[in-house]
Design a protein around this ligand. Structure first.
Ligand code: SF4
Length: 311
């Protein structure tokens, strides 16, 4: 910069016309406005601020964590993405091609538009993991765009794949009854899954499939900004809490979301309650009592009361 000023002064002495040097702040603002004004990914969260970029130290520590097989790391560096997404199944890999997470509260109308935009522009045509090959359609999520309560399962089954809606099969009927027992309706909550495409033969999604798809889920949660999240079953719980601990150790008590391993994403905070997946409850009706205890804790947090006839 000094050499440039000296050169300009010399030009001025020689009578060459020139323009004033921008101040450091003005230069930064110009660069920032150019970076954002032409970026088509900025349209999905109206009036939002961009998510803070990860620091070098944060990325470095995430990489260090990634060397341990049972830990989850967040990786933002696009150069590392390709290698990690194919070689490190336990890592959460944020996707640099996606828009930044929404950083402000949206109205219900804005949130509905932002969710629809995320679905239409990024999820519906997604081929980022092998699950796209067997799907009829993606299953994005359904419900109130500013729901206080969000249910997250692991992935669509055959009925969901056919209808494009989450939890509409037999397990979905159980979930609808669970929601009704909480004195709510499906329209008052939001329901989605970690992976948006049906795994073949309804198998559990693989770790690398959930890692590849979860950036969509985190963007949904950043738009929704729920007060409480109910993680249904092991895969959803482990993904949202970035842990490999078994659900039997995690259910029945509140957890802070996001966990420290996902802290650098800038996700809005929520309380997270893990409980059994409705499909598990179909196979193990004896576990319904424990699941109901979990849901009653959620009701208490949300200020919901059972009608006198059910107390
Ligand atoms: Fe894309 Fe998710 Fe479907 Fe994989 S499961 S293809 S990441 S939408």
């Amino acid at each position: 910069m000094l050499a440039l000023r000296e050169w300009l002064r010399n030009e001025k002495r020689l009578g060459v016309p020139h323009w004033p040097l921008p101040t450091a702040n003005a230069l930064g603002a110009t660069i920032a406005s150019r970076a954002h004004s032409t970026d088509p990914r900025q349209a999905e969260c109206p009036g939002k601020r961009s998510a803070p970029p990860p620091t070098t130290a944060a990325t470095g520590s995430a990489m260090a964590a990634g060397t341990k097989a049972d830990e989850t790391a967040v990786v933002h560096d696009s150069a590392q993405l390709k290698t990690l997404s194919t070689s490190a199944a336990s890592l959460f890999v944020d996707d640099p091609d996606l828009p930044p997470l929404c950083q402000r509260e949206l109205s219900a109308a804005e949130a509905a538009a932002a969710l629809a935009d995320l679905d239409a522009r990024f999820v519906r045509g997604c081929t980022k993991c092998r699950l796209h090959a067997g799907r009829t359609q993606t299953v994005f999520g359904v419900g109130h765009p500013r729901a206080e309560l969000v249910f997250v399962g692991e992935g669509p089954g055959a009925d969901e794949d056919a209808q494009g809606l989450p939890f509409v099969g037999r397990a979905g009927q159980i979930l609808t009854r669970m929601i009704a027992a909480m004195t709510l309706t499906r329209e008052q909550v939001y329901i989605c899954n970690v992976v948006k495409c049906r795994p073949p033969d309804n198998r559990t999604p693989a770790d690398d499939e959930m890692a590849t798809c979860s950036p969509y889920l985190f963007r949904q949660l950043a738009i929704l900004r729920p007060k409480a999240i109910v993680a249904l079953g092991r895969p959803a719980t482990q993904t949202l809490l970035a842990t490999k601990a078994p659900i039997t150790k995690l259910r029945g008590e509140w957890h802070d979301f996001p966990p420290p391993a996902l802290g650098m994403l800038g996700l809005p905070p929520a309380k997270l309650m893990p409980t059994f997946h409705p499909a598990y409850l179909l196979r193990n009706p004896a576990a319904k009592g424990d699941a109901w205890k979990d849901l009653q804790l959620v009701m208490r947090l949300l200020g919901l009361k059972l009608p006198p006839s059910r107390r």
